[in-house]
Design a protein around this ligand. Structure first.
Ligand SMILES: [Zn+2]
Length: 296
């Protein structure tokens, strides 16, 4: 693998786009956040290697402007700034930062986040009114119950506004007290029109989350890290589910976890391609589904 953002990788991504026939990529799961928060996240990944035995070397450890430039070189037409609080009181500040980032980065979909706390319905409404296009909820890092009654009006509000929420609700790579499909099932029973994007395809509870996507039209799944060599070692996607993956093709969205990935960006794309589900499926996943969802 060459130097990051190196011509070789840019060309490899461009060849992929040309092969499948898309004008660009829509990546619903990329991380941009205030510098000191991102440093903390990187420190976490640096420490995780020795703990798990899986080295997690962040490939795109660059300054913000360079990270944005790399996505543009890859032909990513729209991306997000997934950010998330680990405690109360952080979300409004993160949302303010994300609004500023989206304002100075027109190809970033204005992203916001939430936490079960007093005032959450108000600041979520404020963010939606300010133009937030997508939310992030991190059930594992936040260590909260997504069925917390403080969040119930929030799910209702997002369902009504048609604003999707990317939720890290699967139990991979590390389980949390409230991860797994059960809380999500309860949310969807109450809010069947909630546009929910299950991060990482729900890894490792792929089957349960595919069930939910089959049952609810507004449930989608993002591909983030799934199908890569890295994840296949830890939580392989079951071959028995490839048929449903094909059938739900219009509900699968490209996500990458850029920049925090321990391999080059193009590997996520090639991991999707080697599933063998065809170019029409890849076009949907890598561009059309996201373009339709966000009205690009
Ligand atoms: Zn992520």
């Amino acid at each position: 693998m060459g130097e990051v953002g190196a011509v070789g990788e840019v060309e490899a991504v461009e060849r992929f786009r040309r092969r499948i026939g898309v004008p660009g990529l829509v990546d619903v799961h990329t991380h941009f956040m205030p510098e000191r928060v991102l440093r903390k996240v990187w420190e976490y990944f640096d420490a995780v290697g020795p703990l798990t035995g899986f080295a997690w070397d962040i490939t795109y450890r660059h300054e913000e402007a360079e990270r944005v430039a790399i996505l543009r070189q890859f032909g990513v037409r729209a991306f997000t700034s997934m950010l998330y609080p680990h405690k109360a009181g952080m979300a409004p500040w993160l949302n303010e930062w994300a609004a500023g980032f989206a304002a100075r980065t027109p190809d970033c979909l204005h992203t916001a986040t939430l936490y079960p706390e007093e005032g959450v319905a108000e600041y979520v409404r404020t963010a939606v009114e300010a133009g937030a296009r997508v939310f992030k909820s991190h059930v594992q890092v936040g260590a909260y119950d997504p069925t917390d009654e403080l969040l119930d009006p929030v799910w209702g509000l997002l369902a009504e506004a048609g604003v999707p929420v990317v939720m890290h609700c699967g139990s991979g790579p590390a389980p949390g007290k409230h991860t797994g499909p059960e809380p999500v099932r309860r949310i969807l029973a109450r809010h069947p029109r909630l546009p929910l994007i299950v991060a990482h395809m729900g890894m490792p509870e792929y089957t349960d989350f595919l069930d939910l996507a089959e049952r609810y039209d507004e449930v989608r799944l993002d591909t983030t890290m799934t199908f890569t060599d890295f994840s296949e070692r830890i939580a392989p996607f079951p071959a028995s589910e490839l048929g449903r993956l094909a059938d739900l093709g219009d509900r699968i969205l490209l996500g990458s976890d850029f920049p925090n990935i321990p391999y080059p960006y193009v590997h996520q794309l090639e991991a999707l391609e080697r599933l063998g589900l065809g170019e029409a499926w890849l076009r949907g996943v890598c561009y059309e589904n996201g373009a339709r969802l966000f009205g690009l």
